[in-house]
Design a protein around this ligand. Structure first.
Ligand SMILES: NC(=O)c1ccc[n+]([C@@H]2O[C@H](COP(=O)([O-])OP(=O)(O)OC[C@H]3O[C@@H](n4cnc5c(N)ncnc54)[C@H](O)[C@@H]3O)[C@@H](O)[C@H]2O)c1
Length: 288
């Protein structure tokens, strides 16, 4: 594999606020150039020092709009060259304008489009880039949630999107062994960010007995994944609570007659071959 470049580039979605903004700050300290994909800049210009601004590119982008996401990848490559890391932090907490219990949507559930489909599509684009560039340490971090382990009646779309993110991430585990690409999910608990604080009806679910996780705690866990600390592996889902992290175990797996697909390894091998061909046709080679 190629040597790690001195100056690395990260795409961080949702980087104008909350957890992802903390990730942006930590990555800037590590010397990264960062492309932030978000709906608006928010308070970014006050949050990032003048010295660091030359290493930050803000791209106005709705992650559920695939054409703008593709354009954002192109703009990032044009500004910074190769991409090393992607953090999928953009997300919404089933707001009233995209709630299963409100009749606000007629064609699609935006909560699912943003939290799940957007992250999946961005992961696919990242894999394509990583295969072409063959840089060491190629990593995607997806933001799941403890909602991806629970089943909450009050936010079924959010629950579905986060179970989806965790399942999708687990399904990507093979990429690390086969092509050196790590796709990992972080599953935070209740984190004090605008996701909660600007949302009165969500805040009303909390009492003085509940404890916040800080966005910094979650961002530190994400940085550890990116740096390859703690031997986190591709496909892992890592829960981040107050002063505590845990590798989330897979639920009891099905076994026995009726549950198996005995030739699936052949299909997996053909997908890896297809990815290798994809890399070659883009002028790169496989990362093995
Ligand atoms: N705060 C929590 O308690 C908590 C817990 C578990 C998981 N998470 C997850 O962490 C991630 C970050 O959440 P946060 O708490 O920092 O929230 P936040 O609201 O502070 O930040 C989310 C960011 O995503 C952006 N965003 C929303 N829709 C977008 C779209 N369509 N395209 C591009 N950007 C979009 C917002 O503008 C915002 O900047 C989310 O995926 C969330 O589900 C949060």
């Amino acid at each position: 594999m190629a040597e790690q470049s001195v100056s690395r580039t990260a795409i961080v979605t949702g980087g104008a606020s909350g957890i992802s903004l903390c990730v942006v700050k930590l990555l800037l300290k590590e010397g990264y150039r960062i492309s932030i994909l978000d709906l608006s800049e928010g308070d970014l210009s006050n949050e990032i020092s003048t010295a660091d601004k030359s290493r930050v590119l803000f791209l106005s982008c709705d992650v559920s709009n695939w054409a703008t996401v593709r354009k954002a990848f192109e703009d990032t490559r044009e500004a910074f060259g190769q991409i090393n890391v992607v953090v999928n932090g953009a997300g919404v907490y089933e707001p009233k304008w995209s709630s299963f219990w409100e009749a606000t949507e007629t064609e699609t559930y935006k909560t699912v489009d943003i939290n799940l489909s957007g992250s999946i599509y961005i992961t696919r684009l990242a894999i394509r880039d990583f295969i072409r560039s063959r840089l060491a340490g190629a990593t995607v971090v997806n933001l799941s949630s403890v909602a991806g382990q629970r089943a909450s009646f009050y936010c079924p779309l959010y629950t579905a999107s986060k179970w989806g993110i965790s399942g999708f991430t687990r399904a990507m585990g093979t990429l690390e062994d086969q092509l050196g690409i790590r796709v990992v999910a972080i599953a935070p608990g209740i984190v004090k960010t605008p996701l909660w604080t600007r949302n009165a009806e969500k805040i009303s679910m909390l009492s003085e007995m509940d404890e916040w996780v800080t966005p910094e705690e979650v961002a530190e866990a994400i940085l550890d994944v990116i740096k390859g600390a703690h031997e986190y592996r591709g496909g892992d889902v890592i829960e981040v609570l107050k002063n505590r992290r845990r590798l989330v175990p897979l639920a009891e797996l099905p076994s026995g007659p009726g549950s198996t697909a005995s030739n699936s390894s052949a299909v997996c091998a053909s997908i890896v071959e297809q990815l290798v061909r994809e890399g070659e046709s883009q002028g790169g080679r496989a990362m093995l």
